[in-house]
Write a protein that binds this ligand. Sequence first.
Ligand code: GLN
Length: 490
Amino acid sequence: MIEQSLKQLAAGLAAKQFSSLELTQAFLDRIEALNPALNAFISVDRAGALAQAQAADAARAAGNAGPLSGIPIAHKDIFCTEGLRTTCASKMLDNFVSPYDATVVARLKAAGTVMLGKTNCDEFAMGSTNENSYYGPAKNPWDCSRVPGGSSGGSAAAVAARLAPGVTGTDTGGSIRQPASFCGVTGLKPTYGAVSRWGMVAYASSLDQGGPLAQTAEDCAILLNAFAGFDEKDSTSAERPAEDYTRLLAQAPADPSKPLAGVRLGVPKEYFGDGLADDVRKAVEAALAEMEKLGAVRVEVSLPKTELSIPAYYVIAPAEASSNLSRFDGVRYGHRAAEYSDLMDMYCKSRAEGFGGEVKRRIMVGTYVLSHGYYDAYYLQALKLRRLIAEDFATALKQCDVLVGPVCPGTAWPLGQMADDPVRMYLADIYTVSLNLAGLPGMSVPCGFGAGGLPVGMQLIGNYFAEARLLEIAHRFQQATDFHLRAPDL
Ligand code: GLN
């Protein structure tokens, strides 16, 4: 059971081949067996999950089942869940239990899903390896001595290890796409505003976006159907009519041997420059060739400001983080120091004890670039670059339907390799952060294996609100390939 895609599991439930209770039990047992080694979950809610599974089975028996009824899922531990702690992988929130559900959580609950637990991530989603977690790093199921990527490392590891068929993640600068690529699963970062940020603990509010990780593009579409869409509780949520993200997948192509006929693939030359590892280049090139075989045509395009996206992102994201994280002061919720002399001392000690090193670094950088005298030199400049980067994409996307490139310059690296070199780690975000600065949607789609048998992801970037199109292209590619079906031996 557990190796099946979410869609297959839904069909199995509908055909009464197994119950949600049996399915949930199977995933809980697998989590119990494998999580000690993988550390993909921070919290597992066995009792809650079994109760939800029973309720889903009862709803189905009564004829009230939807496409996701009884499907076990998990949430990145940055989405608020009523009654189950939400830690953001931080000591600061080790004991925090939210009084309400995030909109994404509430909608998936209303769709009848069963929540297995909360997945590991970098503290407040800051990082690219999951090593900045107060609970220790999640491990890459393909090689436990390597990172699963980050910040949604636990989510990607959980799907790859078949601990859950679908999991939520968040992507501020690559945190869905990069771990999906490192773990060989499919992940989608939606257009900014397509998914509600209500109850998703903020890192950098103008960049953060929640999205699905699953085995297939089709599964991502099914999940997105349940939780995307306008939410009046989020003022940045886009007011658009509800969409069926599976609609293009269901249509049969005119010529079945050329399902991508006429699709123009824009290949940004800056994404294939010097820093790209050979094995990743080869896998992405092979995927491009495969898509050409399926009828797509290749167009060379340019994103000349690509290099500037790293400095722009690493000014804007910390600036917003420093402001967002000021709410953690030890007063209303979160960690409070046991001993202090006065109010200021309580703030200082609570924050010094509650936050980890990378979070403190970002707060300091962010406070610095926003401070009087530096605001113009750094923050304002970064905002100008942000606009230019968005214009780069607008120009490129006029020449093609979708941009195709690597997700990350390399495959999953060994645990600890970059832990002491934050700038080197930031530079590895080169192909992912620019998309968030522009607010565009992007996907990581398994497209091969590199040195040591490590998964490689191909990135697809579309125009605003073109998720359905991206999912369709990914789906056609997945119908012709089997990279997304391969799983590590565990
Ligand atoms: N690696 C990037 C960072 O550390 C992206 C993280 C994310 O998308 N949440 O900020």
